[in-house]
Design a protein around this ligand. Sequence first.
Ligand code: BGC
Length: 348
Amino acid sequence: MKALTVIPGRAGSARLDDVDEPPQSDGPVLVETLAIGVCGTDAEIVSGAYGWAPPGRDRLVLGHESLGRVMEAPPGGPVAAGDLVVGIVRRPDPVPCANCAVGEWDFCRNGRYTERGIKEHDGYCSERYRIQPEYVVKVDSALGMLGVLLEPASVVAKAWEQVEKIGGRAHFTPERALVTGAGPIGLLAAMMGVQRGIEVHVIDQVSSGLKPDLVATLGATYHTGAIADACDAPDVVIECTGVGSLVFDAMEHIGPGGVVCLTGVSSGGRSLGVDAGTLNRSMVLENEAVVGSVNANRRHYEAGAQALAKADRGWLERLVSRRVPLDRWAEALDRKPDDVKVVMEVGT
Ligand code: BGC
């Protein structure tokens, strides 16, 4: 079968390959892949900067944002032939650590987790894949192809959960949220903020095109320029760019008792001048919190699925700004200025 594979660590090694049928050891549920979303992590893996092949192999099958249709499943299980499904990305470490042992693999403590399409386990960008029933999530059939947004939605649902859990250390009724970055994660974060009845502001660099329009359609407010001018003392910041200066700006401008949630994975190598004393003073005197958030466990996929089910379909359709057939995968990975979510169409 066809699969998009890459040698992690080697730029220019991605290719459409012929690979063996998925191994039985991956699980009894056989899924036909329909669509694969492309994100910054895929671009990093293809550029040679991230990713790990399965033990004893050079090549990794790419793809962690997926949508597929079940072809075979054990009777009486959570999914049946014909169901639209999304595969969970992370698998617990083999020890397992205390968090992986209770299904909180997104909080794995020893780093020995695996991730499909990213770390030591083939991804979903093959015509078919196999999976254990507990790692497959059923998607509302009404969502159709938009189910491919569930993995990024799960990451955002986790970020909002972190904000609410941390905010809940005291009385917490957030009124105003700022989202930095209007990519798919930022836009889904804004969508989930609006769904909570919060006044949402989104800040990004581009001043025209799809992103400002998608933000306005949500009922949120779009800004370019500095955080200080966009939104005064937000109760919540969901930082979705990983840009160091924005991270520190967010920490500086968060409102009293507020929570800054960092979701952007940045590359290192850049230093900033920061007045650490003043920043520390205001964070202490105002009980502010900063939290990093990555990945998602099953609970977050379920919350993400609920958020997508409540969302306006037309808005979600526009979020998927480009669809590319699998055999033109290189075009999917080549970012265009107006891209939001690019999806590779694998099956029919
Ligand atoms: C994925 C996460 C993953 C992270 C780090 C992200 O792109 O959405 O599931 O944990 O990369 O590998």
